[in-house]
Design a protein around this ligand. Structure first.
Ligand code: 1GP
Length: 255
């Protein structure tokens, strides 16, 4: 095959969804919420308007656990199920796609590109759709900042965030993810989201520490196109926080 990677079905689905407004992803950690529990979270989230299920965590999820979760979630919901991997070991068949992501500000070359060389043939053999993405960890970074051996971008360093995001775009990555870290005390700052959105043409994903409708509103107003939440559903289920976030996303979709 020559030329750039073809746009796959999940990416096509996202392009269509993003054409009509912002999008919400629900992140489920299959180690904390295995198979049927994952399916239960996915069902509830999709019923409230979440448009894609991410499966991942930063603690070494086995292929088996990931595969079981992917199967259970696929059977429960009609939206794409996408692996958010921490390495080749957590890839499993049964999902629709994988965020094929470079951890842009890691000091460990494995996480920037070398693990990808090991993962790529596995992705191909499992027929997972690779979604090329730049992953940028913003302070505090939490656990992914530690295990990812990251030099986190300081929260006020808009120039650095913008530079990384634009570099991701120029390298051909089709999404950029600004990550404050799962469970972060506050999401990525709005001025940073605004600066990155203003600089790049690829969709801007924002996650980490989003816990309320107010958080979501601030980020959406700053230009975030995709919001990712994980902790809130794992800790609080489908309470006011999660509902509030989805309400704000739906509002901007005119729903
Ligand atoms: C983590 O950005 C995601 O990768 C979600 O973060 O768990 O804080 O919602 P939370």
């Amino acid at each position: 095959m020559t030329g750039p990677a073809p746009v796959g079905r999940v990416e096509q689905y996202l392009a269509e969804a993003l054409g009509t407004g912002p999008v919400h992803f629900t992140l489920i950690d299959p180690d904390k919420s295995p198979d049927e529990k994952a399916a239960h979270i996915a069902r509830g989230a999709v019923n409230l308007g979440s448009q894609l299920i991410l499966l991942g965590g930063s603690t070494g999820i086995s292929r088996e656990v990931m595969g079981e979760a992917a199967k259970a979630v696929k059977a429960a919901v009609h939206v794409p199920v996408v692996i958010f991997p921490e390495g080749p070991g957590s890839l499993a068949p049964g999902a629709d796609a994988v965020l094929f992501m470079s951890l842009l500000n890691s000091r460990n070359l494995d996480l920037v590109i070398r693990a990808h060389a090991a993962a790529a043939p596995i992705v191909r053999s499992m027929a997972l759709e690779p979604i090329p993405m730049g992953y940028l960890v913003i302070a505090p970074g939490m656990r992914v900042g530690e295990v990812g051996q990251v030099d986190p971008v300081a929260r006020e360093d808009l120039r650095s965030a913008t530079g990384f995001a634009l570099a991701a775009q120029y390298l051909g990555m089709r999404f950029v993810y600004l990550e404050a870290g799962s469970g972060a005390p506050a999401p990525v700052p709005a001025p940073m989201v605004r600066a990155v959105r203003g600089a790049v043409g690829i969709p801007v994903i924002v996650g980490g520490g989003i816990r309320s409708g107010d958080d979501a509103r601030t980020l959406l107003d700053a230009g975030a196109q995709i919001l990712v939440t994980g902790t809130i559903t794992e800790e609080e289920g489908f309470g006011d926080g999660f509902r509030g976030i989805l309400e704000e996303v739906r509002r901007d979709r005119g729903l």
